[in-house]
Design a binder for this molecule. Sequence first.
Ligand SMILES: [Zn+2]
Ligand SMILES: [Zn+2]
Length: 480
Amino acid sequence: MKTKTQTSTITLLLLFILCSITINGHDDHDHDNITSNGWQSFKNLSGCHSGDQVNGLSKLKRYLNRFGYIPDSVSNYTDEFDDSLESALKKYQLNFNINETGTLDDSTLDQIQRPRCGVADIINGSTTMNSGRKSKSRGNINSVEHYTFFPGTPRWSTGNSDLTYAFLPANNLSSTVKLVFARAFARWSEVTTLTFTETDVYSDADLTIGFFVGDHGDGEPFDGVLGTLAHAFSPPDGRFHLDGDEQWVVDGDVTTTSLTSAVDLESVAVHEIGHLLGLGHSSVEDAIMFPTISSRSRKVQLASDDVDGIQLLYGSNPSYNGSSTYTPSSNHERDTSDGAVGVTIVRDKASKVSVLFRSKTSYKPRFMSDLNAQIPTAFDPFAEANAEDSGAGSKEYVHVRTQQRNGRKSLTTVQGLKKEFSYNKILKDLKKEFCCNGTVVQDPELGQVIQLQGDQRKNVSTFLVQAGIVKKENIKIHGF
Ligand SMILES: [Zn+2]
Ligand SMILES: [Zn+2]
């Protein structure tokens, strides 16, 4: 029989070994080959079918629920291979062009384990990636369109085709990283009349881009290396979040790296911008809007499915001739400022941005982690709010915002009320008035913040004005 001390010593030793592995693995790119991620364990479910009882099926059910294949109404996530799992798998297989066996065959598990976008494939049970609709625009009965939109087909209004974007100031991104996003935006502006311009004023930008780690306050926590890579909100929300734990490649040939968890930043950026503009996922594997992307791979060219989808929302760019002009050409200028070999700059008149291209010469990939970007290491619910407060005079405002994703649970926060007010009294009144749960949290810098369940922005704002607590012009409502 082991004594308590012996057990503790062994535990400590194990912990020490585990920590050493993690630290060493994180510091050295050349020797770091992280192949395991949260979803790799699904491979143990190979061959499972209806009626089986296998450890790990409950986790798979939560995965399928997260991406829309099992409705929220199903709440018992047992390890039993039940009917709801079988029907979810058939839907998944249809969307990913896999034989609809309803069992966990190898091609299904292979797809499930791939890194992917955090946006659900089926939203509110109403969208499907693989409707099998016949394409109208191509005039070809054999071509099938698979692009989708978010429920209600939200899009940026016709009066707002010149969109601005800003980077979360706390990330302190280098110009090399920002250029990756500029290139990604250019892919979409080339085929539409939309334009994208970077602005320094985070609070005024239509689209905001930020790297976060783990739980970052919107109910969709990131999960470390691989797994979900990024997510973005449908119009007119404009938020685009990336997992700061990924080994992002910002430049160079991602396919040549020995690091198996390397992810091409531009490929993911082009995809997420599609969401920012209103596109859902597509079942066309070559399409940018396909939900998964393997690590060490690159896909930045819009497929005709992407082009058809975005042009249905925004119309086409008259100067777009049906094929991308974004390929290295003979009259390109050599980029000397960047210092990287084999990179060319093409100046694009339509989108008014300089676009960096790789030539066919491959060179060592550069990782974002080498560029001194600052990723918040823990959940800071006020990271975005602080960024907005840097604007002149914005400290006078009371900020009312909601955090919501795909119709799931949402949270309303009220920040910036004068300190003289009793927050607990206001909270009590709000809870009574709108029959919702809530709490007051203390932030070291911002002081007290009221949190309420549900999207209560309109209710709260009206209440604060009518109660004489804040003037209407001093309320900033976010997220509309
Ligand atoms: Zn996506
Ligand atoms: Zn997020």
